[in-house]
Every structure is written in structure tokens, then in C-alpha cells.
Design a protein around this ligand. Sequence first.
Ligand code: HAM
Length: 487
Amino acid sequence: MSAVPTIRQLLVRPRLCSIGLNSSSSPFLSYALSLHCCPSSLRVLSSSSSPTLTHEEADGSVGKGSSLIDVNPPRGTRDFPPDDMRLRSWLFQNFREVSRILSFEEVDFPVLESEALFIRKAGEEITQQLYNFEDKGGRRVVLRPEITPSLARLVIKQGKSVSLPLKWFTIGQCWRYERMTRGRRREHYQWNMDIFGVSKVRAEAELIQAVVLLFERLGIKSSDVGIRVSSRKVLQAVLQMYAIPENLFTQVCVIVDKLGKITREEMEKELVSLGVSIKAVNGIIEVLSLKSLSKLEEVLGSEGEAVSELKKLFSLAESYGYADWICFDASVVRGLAYYTGIVFEAFDRQGKLRAICGGGRYDRLLSTFGSDDIPACGFGFGDAVIVELLKEKALLPDLSHKVDDIVFPLDEVLDGTASSIASSLRKKGRSVDLVEDKRLKWVFKHAERIGASRLILVGNSEWERGAVRVKNLSTREEFEVKIDELD
Ligand code: HAM
């Protein structure tokens, strides 16, 4: 083992000396040497600082008269280079893990859906932000702005073949032509968890536990984030108090949800034009300002569903152990038309960001699609606001690229050997980066960059002994290992 040059020696010698052959003894080597001496014939070998071809070199377009295209993705959309992709995958793994812990099954849907699924007449913002168009077959389609209607479509399609209750989760991209603010984009990914077939608040309690478990896994505490809870039945009870017709309920909810985004006068105007009296508007606003369940009970009495369901949820929250995360806030109405009962939204307690997630009960969505209703509730949790929050709290994880081994043939004639070594290590489950046409110095830098734990050098003299040189990059130890003993 000692007659063999060490990696340190290899590093300071030209590559061909290190493998114990002279260039004239091998046609491959003289070819390799000629490449080394002639930079223009193999740029990747000679450019230790620039390992890959530039865009211009690769596509050959620039420099031949064409100008560079706009390399930014469409406004409001994102590319995911490796660092961002690692973060996204990590977040999605957490979404999946929480869903698994709560015994939900994963489903998926097309991003492109029929426009009809999203046409609602309540004046919601979401329906005004549709990415909709006609496809080549003349069908009206949309890039979905949310996933709930697709979920409902699949539940209807599966019909009696599904056994209730049904607990499904999904992670998918949604498109909304939004005004962009921090954490709000024109595309985002949403984690959805939905339960069909449970009419009791047990369903809401389970969903809120999922949200809390997710926050806890990410290192977020109840002092950072809270979950505001209310019920649309509160508003329903107020409308009954003022004898406002039932059929105005959805539109009233959508208008009332704008409070804070539009002025009170504008809201009043919209409600009055719907036929709601000023007296009722004042009554609605008064109730919406309530922040405690006992106050709500004073106003609505304890008999109605709004109060009893909310009380049940808060008592379940105590049993689950997440009561410190949730608070009653009658102003939470949510902007989507289909909610019918309890609604909730997670918010950052510093008030810097928009809603982190939101959901609620929607027991009558299926009948709007012409099917029989099934009680349902769920939430959507976006990928953008949570990342802003993690940044804000310095909770972003360290997710550098990690591989186990780098395999590097020191001579082109050993490419085959290097391939079979890499292949057998990969079959054992090790992640292996097979590198060639580089200088050893570059390989070391690369190993550091990708956090490799071993460097496996395939050189001629070791190969003749059926071995390779292995450097453990954390201990800096170096030894020769028989190829068939490598694991
Ligand atoms: P949503 O409140 O419209 O509800 O969206 C849910 C979450 O998606 C928001 O709280 C936010 O995290 C994220 N989100 C929405 N729009 C954007 C955007 N433009 N940019 C970044 N993130 C965004 C729904 O979509 C309901 N379908 C949720 C649901 C599921 N309800 C019952 N089941």
C-alpha cells in the first residue's frame, strides 16, 4: 500500500503521473494528454473554475445573432433551483408526514380543470382571478385556483364506492391572478386535508390538530402563530335576527369578509344594495367585533348551533392539548362562498403576514354540483406564507445537498471500472456522484460543496491490485480497499 502515491501526492502531480503509466504506453492516455495540452479541444478538462459549458456554448444560439430571451419566469411564478427545491420537498415531506400521522390518504387531480367547476355567482375574489381560457377543442378550462372543487368532483365521481368517512389529503399547485404581496403569488402550492362524511365538530378538531402538529414540527410555537376560529352560523343567526332572507346568506358572507380590505362605508354600500337594512348592517358589524365566546353567547343565547358547536370545539381543543393555539374571533368569515359552519384561519401573531392557512366546513358544496350533499370540511395551507414565517423566525432548516460517495477515475481507460463501482454502490443504496474529465483539485472542491463523505479514486496501480483508493472526507483518513469489499 505504501508504494502507491497518496491523494495529497496526486494533487500536486500532473494527473497522468499519478496513475503510474507514461503517456506512450497507452493510446487512451496520449489522447487524454493531448486534450490536457490543448484546452480548446476539451474545455471542461481545462476549466477548473467553470465545470460546465455556458448557456451560449451549450445551445449555440447566442453569438449567432439571436438575443437572450427573458430568463425570468412569468410574473408571480417561481423557478425552483436546487436550494429552493430542497426546501419545498422538505416542507412537502412534513405535510405528508402530518397527514400520515392523522391517517389521511393522498389523492391528486389535474391542475387544468373545467371552468364550470369554478363558476360561482357570489362575487368571490377567487372567481375574478381565474386563469381561464378556451383550449384547442373549444372547451372552457382553468388553471385551478384552489383544490376543493376538484375534491368534491372526485367524491361525486366515486359515488357509492367510497366508504365514509373519507379522509383525503393532497399537495398541488394553484393559480390565481392576484395582486402580489409578501407571500401571495400568482401560483402557489397548497396542502389540503379534507374530511367527508363527518357532521360533528370532531372533523374540525382533527383538522386543527393537523395544522398545529405541522407548526410544531417546523419549530413554530403558539406564541408565534394563532388560529382564529368562528362559524358562519354566527352570521346566519344574525341574519335571522334581522329577518334577512336565507338566499342572501352566501353573498353577505363574501361581502362581510372584505371588512379590513375595503372601508366600512364601502361594505355598508354593498350590503345595502343587496337589500340589507342599515340597522342589520350595524348589527352584523357589532357581532363580528366579538372576541369571546361568552360574549357571543350573551348576544345569540346558548341554544343555537353556532355557540354549541364552537363550545364543543374549544372543549375538544383542551383534550387534544392545543387550546393555547386557538382563539374565538367572530370577524373570521372567509372569502369563499361554500363555507357553511365553523371556519378558521392561522395567522402570525406579529401581524406581518397574510393568512398562513384557512379552512372550514362546507356541507352544501356537492349539491351546487347537482349531487347529494355530504358533510365536509377541510383546509388549504399554502407553501409561500409559511416560508416567509420560517425566515422571519430564523427557522429555515439547513438543507445542503448531500451525497455519500464521489467516484473518480484517474484515467479514461478506467471509466468502465468506475461505472461498475458506482453502479454496485448505488445498488446498495448509497448516493454516488460519478465524476470524470476533471482535475483532482476540482473534485475535492466539489466533494466539499456537495458534502460527500468519501472520495473513491479509481487509479491504474490500485486497479491492477483489484483495489481503489478511498479517502474518508470527514476524518481525512485514506486507505486502499479491495473493490469487492467496498460498501
Ligand atoms: P384559501 O384561504 O383561499 O382557501 O387558501 C388557503 C391557503 O392557500 C391560504 O391561507 C394561503 O396559505 C394559500 N394561498 C391562497 N392564495 C395564495 C396566493 N395567491 N399565494 C400564496 N398562497 C396562497 C382555499 O383555497 C380553500 N379551498 C381551502 C379549503 C380546503 N377549504 C376547505 N378545504
